[in-house]
Design a protein around this ligand. Structure first.
Ligand code: SIN
Length: 326
């Protein structure tokens, strides 16, 4: 028998995939982050007739990095997670990482990790919309598919796998509060699919070139990370909120503008005041598909066509880079 000298490491952070409800028929009212990562990995082995062939070449190891509902994800956990990923990825016998995560902020963590992890190995996040003890729990299959994708993905990249779809960290977004297939990659589309233990990469999918901006070892204590808020343009958006945030010491603001990043006149004036006071302002769109196309009418920078929450992560890393250089 061939020795399994490569491993896939599974890092647990909590979420519904590790959640439990009062009964197997209760899928919406539950507590996230109850089961340990070892129990979740064990459940994968219990599905179907053995593991997909691609997985039989690997050993699995797991580590509980956090145990939280991802609505409570925070900078300290991000820093710790990035450092644990970095440590595992630096080991020669580690081929890939899989991270279990709550669905609610998964896209922010995935994008954050894509900007701080430089190793040439795949990182695959997965999750579930149904708690682990639900009769039709989606977690075990999602984790199995994520392990499979981690085993066959070529080279670097941060991906997410759920409901039989492979998404890229740059594009993936949670678009539905309850449905099992809750994620979408908008116009970029899925990167591939995993159906009945067959991984198919979509030829038309163009992976975004990797651009790492910081290393986990550069990340300072979380308490020193900049304060950045996301605001939304809407009918009668009130600039008073901007002035109050500036007075309170906010470091950055992201505006989820209307349409192609438009901002009402009064709200924009408030944001211009904030910018003059030294607050970094970026603009994205509150539309849930398609990038903002920057034009000369935009008073604030647009970042890579990112969603508002990912623009916030990009601005956070930008401000952290500047902080570190000084
Ligand atoms: C969470 O994000 O941790 C809870 C919700 C979920 O995982 O679906």
């Amino acid at each position: 028998m061939q020795a399994k000298n490569q491993k896939i490491v599974v890092l647990g952070t909590g979420g519904t995939i590790a959640g439990e409800s009062s009964s197997a028929s209760e899928g919406l009212n539950y507590t996230a982050a109850q089961r340990g990562i070892e129990v979740l990995v064990q459940a994968v082995a219990e599905i179907g007739q053995g593991l997909p062939t691609a997985l039989t070449a690997f050993q699995f190891e797991s580590e509980q990095v956090a145990q939280i509902d991802s609505k409570d994800m925070n900078f300290a956990t991000w820093r710790h997670l990035a450092q644990r990923c970095h440590a595992w990825l630096n080991q020669d016998d580690v081929a890939a990482l899989v991270i279990t995560h709550g669905t609610d902020t998964l896209e922010e963590t995935a994008y954050f990790l894509s900007k701080v992890l430089s190793a040439d190995k795949p990182i695959v996040l997965t999750c579930a919309m149904r708690p682990a003890n639900f009769k039709d729990a989606d977690g075990p299959q999602n984790l199995r598919d994520a392990l499979h994708v981690a085993a066959v993905a070529k080279g670097a990249g941060v991906w997410m796998v759920a409901a039989g779809e492979i998404h890229h960290s740059q594009h993936v977004q949670k678009v539905h509060p309850t449905r099992v297939n809750a994620f979408d990659s908008g116009e970029a589309g899925v990167a591939g699919t995993v159906q009945s233990d067959v991984v198919v990469w979509r030829n038309a999918f163009k992976p975004v070139p990797k651009q790492v901006v910081l290393s986990p070892s550069d990340l300072p204590e979380a308490s020193t990370w900049p304060w950045i808020e996301v605001l939304m343009n809407h009918v009668q958006a009130n600039a008073k909120v901007v002035d109050l945030l500036v007075q309170a010491g906010v470091n950055g603001l992201v505006v989820a503008g209307t349409g192609n990043g438009s901002i009402s006149t009064a709200f924009k004036e408030g944001l211009m005041r904030a910018q003059s006071a030294g607050v970094d302002v970026r603009v994205a769109s509150r539309c849930n598909q398609g990038p903002v196309i920057a034009t000369e009418t935009h008073a604030f920078r647009v970042l890579e066509g990112l969603s508002p929450v990912k623009t916030r992560v990009a601005l956070l890393l930008d401000l952290l880079s500047r902080l570190i250089k000084h």
